[in-house]
Design a protein around this ligand. Structure first.
Ligand SMILES: Cc1ncc(COP(=O)(O)O)c(C=O)c1O
Length: 454
């Protein structure tokens, strides 16, 4: 038997460790082994066809197996598979893509791109360049970053320091010193029990202002947040939150960093999450959907103000000693250019808004039908079912019951992959999904809850 056959037929006989779990969990359990994809569907190694209700890992927005993307990658390989972008070296696809991204974000005043290979190193670029910006502006003491509880900004030490969930940090300290977190504007669960959106946004902004003043505005480099929190449980802030964030960052001259790793390119129903909130950040981090996951790539975008700080300086302070070997990889850039053609041609942000609205309405009907669904919430094609012990107190379901994993497994039996995240079930299918696909997802969720009888 050759190695490949062994690896694909004998359960857990492989040597890599899975992210976000204890390695011991997977010694005896079979993983979900996905071997094929086409459009919104994937197949496991037993030939079972399922709707990919999480777009891989919130990334395959244009769907699997798109000939246009495969052709672009293949054509690029015929030209050249790899070249770099360090000092004075370039390749055409990186140039074309950077021009296209800056054109696409004209509305947000973006001016320059630094490429990376994924969300975590995209965030790292944002943090390092934010600090360098303040050195260039003659305020090197501005090193502190503020983020939100429940935030997720990846797994580098920078992102880990800014993550809002303690579980991501507990085994990796000491982390960056100069970081603090404020409450997240979450209507369903917040310390004030506030259910009025504008009031909640104000409470959080007031807390932010207190945090800024406590640490000293003159020491704050930037504030970072996701336009809609993803990994934290799909938390949609009140509509006034981001505009208020912009105002307070302006008041204290703080850089506003939008982590658009999940929300970029249409997922929330607008091309970018911040555009949906009508806000121009100073830095935007894009990854995942940029290539629809076909090839790893991230792009961190910086606005004109930051560009100007670099161009108006000629000494070592402006030296950009940052960049990744595979940042702007030609295959990634070629894939991204083909993906962006599809996103624009098929108007995927609009489809995300329409299909997301339909899916949300249908799934909300399940709140009255099952005791443990406390709330269904979302924006565009980012939807969470929040599971509770008690609908009145909103106490989250007991994690020890392993219920989200059992529900996700039952969904798979019914033909849909959805993602259990702590006490939530998260749904984020490819943005090309149609109404039949949404119905399939809803029916799979119903099947799962009926089966588990909750
Ligand atoms: C908002 C956000 N930022 C950053 C990251 C990190 O991205 P990556 O896993 O590609 O490093 C993620 C990943 O899910 C994310 O959701």
């Amino acid at each position: 038997m050759n190695q490949l056959v062994t690896a694909t037929t004998q359960g857990n006989d492989y040597k890599f460790w899975h992210a976000l779990s204890h390695p011991n969990e997977w010694i005896t359990q079979e993983p979900l082994r996905i071997v094929r994809g086409d459009g919104v569907f994937v197949w496991d190694d037993k030939g079972h066809k399922m709707l990919d209700g999480f777009a891989g890992l919130w990334c395959v927005n244009v769907g699997h197996n798109r000939p246009e993307v495969k052709e672009a990658i293949s054509k690029q390989m015929d030209e050249i598979s790899y070249y770099q972008l360090f000092a004075g070296v370039s390749h055409p696809r990186a140039e074309e893509l950077s021009n296209r991204l800056i054109k696409m974000t004209e509305q947000e005043d973006m001016a320059r791109v630094i490429y990376g290979t994924g969300g975590s190193d995209g965030v790292e670029s944002a943090l390092k360049i934010a600090r360098q910006y303040w050195i260039l502006k003659g305020q090197p003491q501005r090193t502190h970053f503020i983020s939100l509880k429940n935030a997720y900004h990846g797994v580098s030490l920078g992102g880990t320091s800014l993550n809002g969930m303690p579980v991501f940090k507990m085994n990796y300290g000491p982390l960056l010193d100069n970081c603090s977190q404020i409450e997240t504007p979450w209507l369903y669960r917040n310390p004030w029990n506030c259910e009025e959106p504008e009031e909640l946004a104000k409470l959080v902004i007031d807390q932010l202002e207190r945090d800024i003043l406590y640490h000293g505005a003159e020491n704050i480099a930037g504030f970072i947040a996701e336009p809609v929190q993803g990994a934290g449980g799909i938390i949609v802030p009140p509509a006034t939150f981001w505009p208020s964030l912009r105002k307070i960052c302006d008041k204290y001259d703080i850089l506003l960093i939008a982590d658009e790793v999940v929300t970029g390119f249409g997922r929330t129903g607008s091309m970018f999450g911040v555009r949906g909130w009508g806000v121009k950040p100073d830095i935007m981090v894009l990854a995942k959907a940029l290539t629809s996951g076909y090839v790893p790539l991230s792009a961190t975008l910086f606005n004109k103000k930051i560009e100007e700080a670099f161009y108006s300086n000629d000494d070592h302070k402006g030296l950009l000693m940052h960049g990744y070997t595979y940042g702007g990889h030609p295959l990634g850039c070629a894939a991204a250019l083909a993906v962006l053609d599809i996103v624009e041609k098929e108007n995927l942000p609009e489809n995300a808004e329409k299909m997301g609205g339909y899916l949300l309405t249908e799934l909300k009907k399940l709140v009255d039908r099952y005791n443990i669904i406390g709330e269904v919430r979302g924006k565009g094609l980012m939807i969470a079912l929040d599971l509770v012990n008690d609908k009145l107190t909103r106490e989250p379901i007991d994690l020890d019951t392993n219920i989200t994993a059992r529900l996700a497994e039952a969904c798979r039996e019914a033909g849909a992959v959805i993602r259990p995240v702590g006490t939530k079930l998260c749904i984020a299918p490819p943005l090309i999904i149609d109404k039949d696909g949404c119905d399939l997802l809803v029916n799979a969720v119903k099947y799962a809850f009926d089966k588990i009888k909750k």
